[in-house]
Design a protein around this ligand. Structure first.
Ligand SMILES: Cc1cc2nc3c(=O)[nH]c(=O)nc-3n(C[C@H](O)[C@H](O)[C@H](O)COP(=O)(O)OP(=O)(O)OC[C@H]3O[C@@H](n4cnc5c(N)ncnc54)[C@H](O)[C@@H]3O)c2cc1C
Length: 363
């Protein structure tokens, strides 16, 4: 009997990594992307491969982050070999400036075996140095992922909006794509903040909402800034070509992505306060993306409690790039009924409903 391909809804970093993980387990996959692949939050991200202030997050985030950080160097090497596109994985290290949180941060680092140094104040003033934090360039990562998927049993369909799901007696039977019925027995919703309105119609009210982030790029000379620097929530990320990315705002205005002069001015002011040497250089770009927020930043990864075959992988909030590889592996293991090698309970899609509680599927 021929089985249907596994469907992934959404072509951001989470959807593409999930498709990759499923295909590498030997399964046929089809990705439906409403617009163009990788043009939403995944494209807009800074690409820092660590949560900012990682000690502030629950262990459920740290575990995924550490597992992903461990595979990123090989992952990027493999992507470059397969596609010729270099995602620019760079272990540039991260300075967290300020005097607070030292005890908490050092205890966290010791518990998870993370290298962290307390510095009384060198070039940057007092702070914490995380030498192993790396970065990637998200647009390059996405293009390389797309290229690699073309060599795997993955079909990518752009301009293909998933409008609804079909199920019978608690089992997924298909979906509606651009008005057409498509048969499916397994799918993974990885539609970023749009996952919530989609799944709410099928009895799963995920607390995932869009949080707009604006960023700017300042064109500095190559090699001027060598490390990533973070202070009071604002950060600088130096790219290989010298440009310095400055992030980011956190705004809650629904699905609006309008760029504002106010954010541009505020981000530039933060950048100059952090590193006055940027003063003579121009702001060359400004952009925005919508983070899929979730309580405490813990993503939802697992099966719909009432529709067998309907899985979720979303809610990565500020950390979707770093969490993507491990989240994708976990999602693939759950879809394929394989041992995930960790307890998936902290990520259960119905955890905010009390787990296993009655959710009502309305048609
Ligand atoms: C300014 C900013 C900076 C960030 N910096 C970092 C960072 O440094 N490090 C880090 O780890 N993370 C960072 N993030 C967070 C990260 O970008 C997100 O967590 C991550 O991109 C979420 O990926 P996603 O695939 O879930 O969502 P998205 O990238 O939004 O992808 C979802 C896709 O689903 C598609 N879609 C939606 N509805 C449907 C439908 N019905 N049918 C078909 N397709 C659909 C959308 O078109 C979209 O392409 C940042 C985010 C922002 C905005």
């Amino acid at each position: 009997m021929r089985t249907h391909p596994i469907v992934v809804v959404g072509g951001g970093v989470i959807g593409l990594m999930t498709a990759r993980a499923l295909a590498r387990h030997g399964h046929e996959v089809v990705v439906f992307e409403r617009g163009a692949l990788g043009r939403e939050a995944s494209w807009a991200a800074g690409g820092i491969l660590s949560p900012l202030y990682p000690w502030r997050y629950p262990d459920a985030v740290t575990r995924l982050s550490q597992a992903s950080q461990a595979v990123y160097p090989e992952l990027c090497k493999g992507l470059e070999e397969a596609t010729g596109i270099d995602p620019e994985w760079e272990p540039s290290g991260l300075w967290c400036l300020g005097e607070g949180e030292r005890d908490h941060a050092t205890a966290w680092a010791a518990r998870f075996g993370v290298r962290l140094e307390v510095d009384a104040g060198g070039e940057w003033g007092p702070g914490l140095w995380l030498p192993d934090v790396a970065q990637v360039r998200p647009p390059r990562l996405l293009r390389a992922l797309r290229g690699q998927l073309q060599n795997l049993p993955v079909t990518i369909r752009e301009e293909a909006c998933v409008e609804g799901l079909r199920w019978q007696r608690g089992v997924l039977t298909g979906l509606v794509v651009n008005g057409e019925e498509v048969a499916a027995s397994r799918l993974v919703v990885a539609a970023g903040p749009w996952s919530a309105p989609l799944l709410a119609r099928y009895g799963l009210p995920l607390p995932v909402t869009p949080v707009k982030g604006q960023m700017i790029l300042i064109q500095a000379p190559r090699g001027a800034l060598k490390t990533m620097v973070l202070k009071e929530g604002r950060y600088l990320v130096p790219r290989r070509d010298g440009s310095v990315l400055v992030g980011s705002t956190q705004e809650t205005q629904g699905f609006d992505k309008t760029l504002t002069e106010e954010a541009r001015v505020a981000l530039r002011a933060s950048a100059l306060a952090l590193w006055p040497a940027l003063e003579p250089f121009p702001v060359t770009h400004q952009w925005a993306g919508l983070r899929p927020s979730s309580p405490e930043g813990v993503p939802f990864i697992g099966e719909h409690p009432e529709i067998r075959g309907c899985f979720v992988n979303t809610g990565h909030f500020r950390n979707g790039i770093v969490l993507a590889p491990a989240s994708a592996e976990l999602a693939a293991d759950l879809v394929l009924c394989e041992d995930p090698g960790c307890d998936p309970a902290p990520y259960a899609p119905d955890r905010s409903l009390g787990g296993g509680s009655a959710v009502s599927v309305v048609k």
